[in-house]
Each structure stands twice: as C-alpha cells, then as structure tokens.
Design a protein. Structure first.
Length: 254
C-alpha cells in the first residue's frame, strides 16, 4: 500500500534550528500528527520502541544500548522506557556536541521520569496537526505572525467556500488521512476519537477511566470550540451521572 507523500511542515525549520544548537530535540504532540515522519527527515539512525519488541526489551535491561547509532539518533516513543531520558542527558554531556538525539512521543511518562531537567541539553518542540497552508488549502497570504505583531492584514478574495471550510474542520489535519476521500477520512477520524475514548485517556493518566464520560467530555469540548467554556460548563454538558467537576476545578472521568 503506497504511503502519502511527505508534506513539508512549518515546524521542520524549528527542529532543524534546534538540532544545530542543542544536544537533542524532544518532539511532542498528539498521536498521528506527524512527529515520527518529520523526525525521520533529520535522523541518521533510529530506534522505534513502539514496533520493535526486541529493542524495547533491550532498552528495559540496558537503556544506554538504545542510544548507539549514527547521530542524530531518533528514539521513537521513548516514553515506553522512561529511564532512557537520563541516559540521553548523560550521553549529550559526554559527547559534548549539538544534534545528537531526536526523541518523539505522544504521551509523557506517568511517573517522574523527567524530573531531571533537560535544560541546556534538550529543546522541546510542539507539533500539531497539519494547517490548511501545509495541506495546500490556503495560499498563506495572511500571516498570523504579522497579525500578532499588529500589522494590518487582508486578502482580496476568499478561495474557499464555507461548505469547504466546514469540511476541512471536520476532517482535521492528520497527515495519514489528508489524501483520503472525505467520507473515508471522516470515518478514520471517528475511529481515532473512539480509541481516545476507550483506551488512550486511561493509558496516558495511568488510571482507569469511564469511556462513556470521556466520550461525553469530548463531545462537550467539540461543541464549545472557540468559546471560553469553563469546566463547569463542560461538566453540565455531560448528560448522565453526577457532576464530574472537583473542588480543584479539574475534571474527573472515573
């Protein structure tokens, strides 16, 4: 099955700059947003802990062994063996040079694996899903950076109809889905959310969660996009069960 062609990411230039300045770069972001694909563009070797059972077992016994390879060395889903973090820090100190490692992961470890700061050694880059510009659906004529700088921006005419824009919002910016027909892509997005509801939230928190309430929360967040909805509003949006807002104002999904 052919893979989609790589789409240049705006964040790629940020990764490149930080690799030239720091011993390592940690690329963080949601599942399937393109972290591994972008990291592979810069990596000279890689260790993919999510798909290589033997490598993951070796990492559990001797985390330093996973670091062996040409630099920059990509360690994908590094959080599956959190002790790797401190070995990377030490290796960067020992090698004393930039561009040694790329770490990618969708979920931060549940324990205190990163309590030893990576300051001065590791830079963090946040990756999000594809923008309309990256997907080729916007000409980039209006710059968000210039808007934030106070520059007056404008465009002569809109290139997308409201219906098209609504469809793009529903499809999202997942690199693996962008080349699919709209109906298939929406089905894939629905399955993605289903996995989050059933498994991923619990895995990320290390605590069993009620998947029904997780789904209700996701719907509430979706309904309140671009608003200043409080956690109380989101809790009331969940139609069943008792209030899920705690005194700390954090939402409990148990």
């Amino acid at each position: 099955m052919p893979t989609n062609p790589y789409l240049e990411r705006i964040v790629d230039q940020q990764i490149k700059r930080k690799l030239g300045a720091m011993g390592g770069v940690v690329i963080e972001g949601p599942k399937a947003c393109g972290k591994t694909m972008s990291a592979q563009r810069f990596a000279a070797s890689e260790a993919r802990l999510d798909v290589d059972d033997g490598l993951r077992e070796a990492a559990a016994l001797d985390p330093a062994s996973v670091l062996e390879g040409s630099a920059p060395r990509l360690i994908d889903e590094w959080q599956l063996e959190p002790s790797i973090w401190n070995h990377v820090r030490r290796a960067i100190d020992d090698r004393d040079g930039p561009g040694q490692f790329l770490l990618t992961g969708s979920v931060m470890p549940g324990d205190d694996a990163t309590r030893h700061s990576g300051a001065g050694r590791l830079a963090r880059v946040r990756m999000r899903t594809l923008s309309l510009f990256e997907k080729g659906r916007s000409n980039g004529q209006i710059s968000l950076r210039r808007l934030l700088d106070g520059t007056k921006e404008g465009a002569r005419e809109a290139k997308m109809e409201v219906r098209e824009l609504a469809e793009e919002i529903a499809l999202g910016g997942w690199p693996g889905f962008y080349a699919m027909p709209a109906e298939a892509a929406m089905e894939a997005v629905a399955d993605y959310l289903e996995e989050i509801r059933r498994l991923d939230v619990a895995a990320a928190s290390g605590t069993r969660r009620n998947p029904v309430k997780v789904g209700q929360l996701l719907r509430g967040i979706g309904r309140n996009v671009a608003t200043e909805a409080s956690t109380v509003t989101l809790a009331r949006d969940a139609p069943t069960g008792r209030s899920i807002v705690q005194p700390s104002m954090l939402i409990s999904l148990r």
